[in-house]
Structures are given as structure tokens and as C-alpha cells.
Design a protein around this ligand. Sequence first.
Ligand code: SF4
Ligand code: MG
Length: 333
Amino acid sequence: MSALLEVENLTKHYPVKKGIVLARQVGTVRAVDGVSFRIERGETLAIVGESGCGKSTTARLVLRLIEPTGGTVRFDGLEVSGAALRTLRRRVQVVFQDPYASLNPRLRVADTIAEPMEVHGIGTAESRAARVKELLGLVGLAPFHAQRYPHEFSGGQRQRIGIARALAVQPELIICDEPVSALDVSIQAQVVNLLKDLQRRFGLSYLFIAHDLAVVHHMADRVAVMYLGQIVETAPKRAIFDAPMHPYTRALLSAIPHPDPRRRGMVKPIGGDVPSPMNPPSGCRFHTRCPFAQDRCKAEMPELRDLAPGHRVACHFAETLPAHISVAENGMS
Ligand code: SF4
Ligand code: MG
């Protein structure tokens, strides 16, 4: 059976132009540059990386909210284009980062949640109203909330409304673009647990975009680490956290503050700034920040290679680098 979602060589390049009358192209922003991954049914793939690495652009390309420069997206074995796009719009839903910006302030919650059903011609006004109450229950909100407006809710409640709206048309895949980053830490766990509970009940798959590794550790089955528009490492969650192989993944993990202050000196935050995705570094894009970089790294771009079952790494020297930073040292459990 094919995977639920198969993304191959997905690319988004933006030309950068200068001049008004005779604009000439002065560069190319390689926002997403040859990204491939699969998501199986019932699975959560987390894409993680620093801001600006292309995670959200990848999500928008999969949803066809923006047109890719190249590559293919297959959903349930069918290439997404033309007629298949309408199916995708129902079977794949999205939960955005900012629960304040993603709900229409003029719409009552009932209308917000019912909107996707209306768009896809599902049910009657009466059956949709009943379904709204059911959906509110699924996300832990009482039915009377249906008549209220977004400003009457807290951030966590608004994100629950966003999730109810995503569930309304019974999707198989939900793309979550930093769904808890705008919420207080105390609320984050509740929303993450809700997403996991809904996954068990409905067999949902998630593409979970995040920069917070603690949240990824709770949510993911597999993790893909992005750097400057490319996936540099992908593996089952346990392998990423217990035995990361790419220097960038190791740096990300070691940047998490250790809970024991006496041991904080042992881990070094990631050095240097993220280079611009416009005309990115030659060879391995991480070479300007990598403590292990050698001449070959500047000249030759490393391919993603299978180094263990399901564990792919894009680094010329992944096998020969010094022992990895252990889970105990970086404070994750
Ligand atoms: Fe570092 Fe070279 Fe590996 Fe890139 S290829 S991560 S620069 S060692
Ligand atoms: Mg983003």
C-alpha cells in the first residue's frame, strides 16, 4: 500500500529582483530545496528546525496554498493537481500557529466550525449544527460555546476551536504548523495531549511543524530536521533524540538548556547565525557553522544516505564524527 502522503523533491525558489524599470534577477531564495518525505497512515512526522528553515513553506506547498517550483506531492497514491486538489482540500486539513489570527473575529464559533462542511457540501444546516456541538465536545468545549465569538475565548480554547474546525470534514491528515508555539507552556501540554487523543480515536496522521524539541518529543513518531530549505536528517524519534548523527541535529539538541544548572556548562548553544537562504553556502549548507567542517564540505553537497534502518543523514562524515551527545547530557527524557 502506498503511504498516505509522499512528497518528492519538493522545491520552492523565489527570484529576487532589483530595479524598477529594467528589473534584473540578482539572486534566488531557495526557501525549500529538494525536500522528500512520506507519512504513513496513523503516523506523526515532525519537521523541526530554526525559524526561516522552510518548515512552514513546506506545509504550504503540501497544501497547495503556494505553487511549488518543482517536485511532486502524492496523497493516497494520487498525484495532487487539478481534480485531485479538491479531494486533498477535504482530506487534508490544517491547524495554524496563531489561534488569534486564524479565526474570523466576526463569525460565531458555530459558523467557523461549520464552514468547511458548507464549503464541501456536507449535510444540511440542521445536521451541521448538531455536528458542531459534537465537535466542540470532542475538543473539550461545552456546546453552549457555539454561539460565542472568538474574542470571548483564551488562546488555548481558540486553538481547540481551530482543531474542531479541522476535524469537521473528517480529514485523514492534519497539518499542524506550530500549533502550540503561541500558547503558554502550561496550556501547550493540554493541546498536545488533545491532538494525540484525537489521533488514537480517529486514526489521524499528522505533519507536525515545530521548532520546540520538547513538544516534538511528545508528539512525533518520526522526525525530519530541516536546515536552510533541506532535510539534513530523518529518523524515528528515538534515534533522533538518543543517537542524532548530523552535527546540526546534535547542535539543536545541545541548545536545549539542561534542567540541572550544574551541568549547563557542558552543553554549548549553537554557534553563528543562520545564513540567508538567498544564495546559500556552497557544498554542505551547514559548513559555515559546523565544528567538524573540512574542505570537502565546502565543495560537495552531501546526499541523504541510509545509515541505519529508517535513519537518513546528509553529512559526508556522519559515521566518523566523535561520539554523539547523549540524551542524559542534553536533558531530554
Ligand atoms: Fe559538517 Fe561537513 Fe557534515 Fe556538513 S558535511 S555537517 S559541514 S561535517
Ligand atoms: Mg513558521
